[in-house]
Design a protein around this ligand. Structure first.
Ligand code: SF4
Ligand code: SF4
Ligand code: FES
Length: 288
């Protein structure tokens, strides 16, 4: 017996107790529920073959394609099924994809390169993205910062940013730099992408490309701040990096906002050094 808790509109859940064969696809189950139990049940699907990306939903918080996922593949016998964009569901299992599609406009138009695409993003990689939205709606940085373009937009942008002919202008690269430093490298995008793409690698490739910017640009300053902090302390020191990036006056508001944490002894005034500082420095020097 499998228990299904399926999200319906306005925060309600339908509960079904069903005997289901383990090999039954989630999408088949949705169709059966709509045919036999509730004709008003709304969900999205097109190709039924894992190609169009339109049937993505969350099961117990994990994003999957309903046409590919078999009931027996879930460890639990209780399945909580919700729309992919569970923060702003539209109706039943239909998600609001407007924020996702808007993310692609964060990068300015780039001229198509003649070649020289990086090994992480062959042309077929960007073209293989089905725009299912799974990486976007699983990304913690997207959830916490709506200024972040998100993984799928960066996969698409990377092929244009990897132009070996150096025709990209500084404003174009700076726009890219503004979109890649929010990634916290959790790798959820790569873990969940049903096409096996590597959005985090694209983020990293764009970051490396931004390092070709002059010393006074955001991407370069950001990277140098992190590098120097790790070199000096063996770890990231927030006060040091804030002062490095924003200067003393610019970082004052950030430093002042830390005072409550200081009073609660959650942060320390004196910098903390890593115990392995010597080995860390040797590693960094060897990598230069
Ligand atoms: S690795 Fe970066 S882009 Fe990918 S989900 Fe995590 S924060 Fe988002
Ligand atoms: S990169 Fe993968 S998870 Fe993200 S939208 Fe494209 S296919 Fe979906
Ligand atoms: S229906 Fe197209 S990917 Fe599932």
């Amino acid at each position: 017996m499998t228990i299904l808790r399926i999200y319906r509109s306005e925060g309600n859940y339908d509960i079904h107790h069903l005997d289901i064969k383990p090999e039954t696809k989630l999408l088949t189950l949705f169709e059966q529920i709509r045919t036999k139990i509730d004709s008003s049940f709304a969900f999205s699907s097109e190709c039924r073959r894992g190609i169009c990306g339109s049937c993505a939903v969350k099961v117990n918080g994990i994003p999957v394609l309903a046409c590919k996922a078999e009931i027996g593949s879930f460890r639990s016998g209780v399945l909580r099924i919700e729309p992919l964009n569970s923060a702003a569901p539209k109706i039943d299992l239909l998600s609001d994809f407007e924020p996702f599609f808007r993310s692609f406009s964060r990068f300015p138009e780039f001229p198509p390169p003649d070649g020289g695409l990086t090994r992480h993003c062959e042309p077929s990689d960007a073209l293989r993205c089905t725009q299912c939205g799974i990486c976007f709606y699983s990304c913690p940085s997207v959830a916490s910062d709506d200024g972040f373009a998100g993984p799928a937009a960066i996969v698409k942008a990377e092929r244009f940013l990897s132009d070996p002919a150096d025709r990209l202008t500084r404003p174009q690269l700076e726009a890219a730099a503004e979109n890649v430093y929010q990634c916290v490298k959790c790798f959820r995008c790569e873990e969940y992408c049903p096409r096996g793409l590597k959005p985090e690698h694209s983020v990293e490739a764009v970051r490396r490309r931004c390092l070709t910017l002059p010393e006074d640009s955001l991407g370069t300053i950001h990277t140098k701040a992190l590098f120097d902090s790790i070199f000096h302390y063996g770890k990231i020191n927030e006060v040091f990096t804030a002062r490095y990036i924003f200067g003393f006056c610019g970082s004052l508001p950030l430093i002042l906002s830390g005072i409550p944490f200081l009073l609660k002894r959650r942060v320390r005034i004196r910098p903390v050094f890593s115990k392995n500082i010597r080995e860390i420095r040797q590693l960094l020097e060897a990598d230069e």
